[in-house]
Design a protein around this ligand. Structure first.
Ligand SMILES: [Zn+2]
Length: 218
């Protein structure tokens, strides 16, 4: 990343993605591509701050892009109504991931490490959140979490996400992503809203990690 704000790909325009997008624009990002295969649904309107009742049934990326363009007319906002697998990383300098799907988090990590693109991966369940920043050449998301759970016992749909927690974690996701050069090779941020506690830890590289270990020797 140079002195110019990076070209950003945002994967997931939901509870984390909406506040993250707003924060990216607030901090000067002017080239933003949104990727999400879902449509706006009633049950998540309360924590997806870019949508209104009028957007129900619309692709989330289209509704979000329209609202963001209205807020920042000079920004180039692209909407891709698709899954991350269909997104291109060619002209992207930074990727933010904020979906509720563990498989997507690992897919984003692996693709970004392979292509040498910086990324920040965020998750929130109930009042707790995590953000992992992965800088090119450094340890990765898989060094922290190893693999997606074989059975998703804890998903947002089952446990619920408290709206303000998603707003905080999404805003921090953008803030951490844009500060990725400053924060060292890899960082894990844990957020506990109930205890009013945010902790930052350095990510230790896992020598057995199949993603960044192999890539560093390629
Ligand atoms: Zn790794």
């Amino acid at each position: 990343m140079g002195p110019q704000p990076p070209r950003v790909l945002l994967v997931g325009v939901g509870g984390l993605g909406c506040p993250a997008a707003l924060e990216l624009l607030r901090r000067g990002v002017r080239q933003l591509r949104l990727v999400d295969p879902d449509t706006v649904a009633l049950e998540n309107l309360h924590r997806q701050v870019l949508f209104t009742d009028a957007d129900l049934g619309r692709p989330k990326v289209e509704a979000a892009a329209a609202h963001l363009r209205a807020l920042a007319g000079d920004a180039r906002i692209e909407a891709l109504h698709a899954s991350f697998a269909e997104a291109q990383l060619d002209d992207v300098e930074l990727v933010l991931e904020g979906t509720d799907d563990p498989m997507t988090k690992f897919a984003v990590n692996d693709a970004c490490v392979a292509r040498g693109v910086d990324c920040a991966i965020g998750g929130v369940i109930e009042l707790r959140g995590t953000i992992v920043t992965v800088r090119r050449g450094g340890p990765c998301y898989r060094c922290v979490f190893e693999a997606p759970p074989s059975i998703f016992t804890e998903t947002c749909a089952q446990l619920g996400v408290f709206g303000p927690a998603a707003g905080l974690v999404g805003t921090l996701l953008a803030e951490r992503a844009l500060g990725i050069e400053r924060d060292g090779p890899g960082a894990l941020l844990t957020i506990d809203v109930a205890r009013d506690r945010i902790r930052a830890l350095a990510v230790e590289p896992d020598p057995a990690c199949p993603t960044c270990h192999l890539t560093s020797r390629a």
